[in-house]
Write a protein that binds this ligand. Structure first.
Ligand SMILES: Cc1cc2nc3c(=O)[nH]c(=O)nc-3n(C[C@H](O)[C@H](O)[C@H](O)COP(=O)(O)OP(=O)(O)OC[C@H]3O[C@@H](n4cnc5c(N)ncnc54)[C@H](O)[C@@H]3O)c2cc1C
Length: 405
């Protein structure tokens, strides 16, 4: 054995790192540890339910466990079930690949009023994350603050008709919730001009396929930049629909307050033209993510390191870089870090590796996840490709089933 490596987080960045490590040195023992009983992080609980092509990357990750010898330890939360120090004592190298799951707060007066919901919280509820809160009441006129790809995902999901969700893995309750939402109008706002908006043009083009909406784009402006012009053209092409649900794009608006007594009723914005108040029935913020605080990201930021936090302790993915970048963007990061770890690792044969995790009750392994996966995909109802098991208890029961037979 040439070393034992623990990766905290079995999302894309953890999986890409494990792939790169094992490709360079198949004799390594690489263990992916996740606080959820199931792997793949935001591929399962963030990527939109109607983007199954994107989610197919999990089949590539599965080969890690099926062919490359990586091991999965699910339902283990680093910070509460096992400390980071314990893990560092047991492994030659430990990598934080825990992502960033806390919604960045809308830091304006009224930003904490009722009716203000973060995109992370809302997508976790929509995609039936076992720790999600109940789906909230959005009312007839939700207003989205932010216009990156996460915001556009949310907009598209909220605007789709039930028929347009066919082929997705959106669960029964979220489907009913959407159908009963009573949404009449969605306003989506961004700080920058349209030419500098963070969304990808392809995401805007996809909105053009929605059948039940009328889309208006206000104040998109002009640009000389050929790349940015494609964004403006894609936006302009949206203004052809005639469906009952109205969507309005607004640009150059910086939120300065959420107004309302106990619940959001409007957002006050500053713009080049002065202040403007847009009424709404709820506010959805899609303005980035922070670490929830259970792992030492402050250490990382303080060190301004290139992924190394301390001797034998590294970080990768969103946890290291911040909440930017797509799934494939994490691959380059992982390759670089794998090379670095392989140069620096000093295997210590007295380290006991996963023995520490073996002592914990209720962990899941890759076979357990396969049983959950099979149960979810065996008999989906018409129009769905999967029915997610939604509670931790049910996941653990299914994962254990074979052992108890
Ligand atoms: C709503 C949303 C939609 C997106 N849609 C797309 C898309 O369509 N296409 C695309 O390319 N990119 C998309 N992205 C971006 C993509 O999801 C990220 O680039 C990628 O998931 C980052 O990978 P990661 O492994 O760093 O983090 P994550 O995917 O968040 O994985 C982190 C893992 O660490 C685990 N973890 C956290 N804390 C602990 C702990 N204390 N102990 C043990 N485990 C822990 C988590 O359970 C999770 O499984 C989207 C992002 C969001 C938020």
């Amino acid at each position: 054995m040439t070393g034992q490596i623990a990766i905290i987080g079995a999302g894309p960045s953890g999986c890409f790192l494990a792939q790169a490590l094992l490709k360079s040195d198949p004799a390594l023992q690489v263990d992916l540890i996740d606080r959820l009983p199931v792997p793949y992080g935001l591929v399962r609980y963030g990527v939109a339910a109607d983007h199954q092509g994107t989610k197919a990357v999990s089949r590539q990750f599965a080969r890690l466990f099926e062919r490359q010898g990586a091991r999965f330890f699910g339902n283990v939360s680093i910070g509460s079930d096992v400390t980071l120090d314990d893990l560092r004592g047991a492994y030659d190298a430990v990598v934080l690949a825990a992502g960033l799951s806390a919604d960045r707060a809308l830091a304006v007066p009224g930003g904490d009023l009722g009716g203000v919901f973060g995109a992370g919280k809302l997508t976790r509820a929509l995609y039936e994350h076992p720790e999600a809160e109940a789906l909230p009441q959005l009312g007839p006129r939700p207003l989205i603050v932010g216009n990156g790809n996460v915001a556009i995902d949310l907009l598209r999901l909220l605007a789709k008709t039930p028929e347009e969700l066919e082929g997705s893995d959106l669960g029964h309750s979220p489907t009913d919730w959407l159908a009963a939402s009573g949404i009449e109008e969605i306003t989506i706002t961004g700080r920058s001009p349209a030419a500098a908006a963070k969304f990808d043009t392809v995401m805007i083009k996809e909105l053009g396929k929605l059948g039940g909406v009328t889309i208006r784009v206000l104040g998109a402006g002009e640009t000389d930049d050929p790349q940015a012009r494609k964004k403006l053209e894609a936006l302009a092409a949206l203004e052809e629909g005639e469906g009952p649900r109205r969507i309005t794009f607004r640009f150059g608006l910086t939120p300065i307050a959420v107004e309302g007594d106990s619940r959001a009723e409007a957002v006050r914005f500053a713009s080049d033209a002065g202040e403007e108040v847009l009424p709404c029935s709820s506010v959805l913020t899609a303005i980035g993510f922070d670490a929830p605080g259970d792992l030492p990201r402050d250490l990382l930021l303080a060190e301004e390191s290139e992924g190394k936090l301390a001797e034998g302790l590294y970080a990768t993915g969103w946890f290291r870089r911040g909440p930017r970048g797509t799934i494939p963007d994490n691959r380059a990061d992982a390759k670089e870090l794998a090379e670095r770890i392989l140069t620096e690792i000093a295997p210590d044969t007295t380290k006991t590796g996963a023995a520490l995790l073996g002592a914990l009750p209720d962990t899941t392994d890759y076979s357990g996840w396969s049983r959950i996966d099979n149960a979810e995909t065996a008999n989906p109802p018409p129009g769905r490709c999967r029915v997610k098991i939604t509670t931790r208890e049910d996941m653990l029961r299914l994962a254990r089933e074979e052992e108890t037979q």
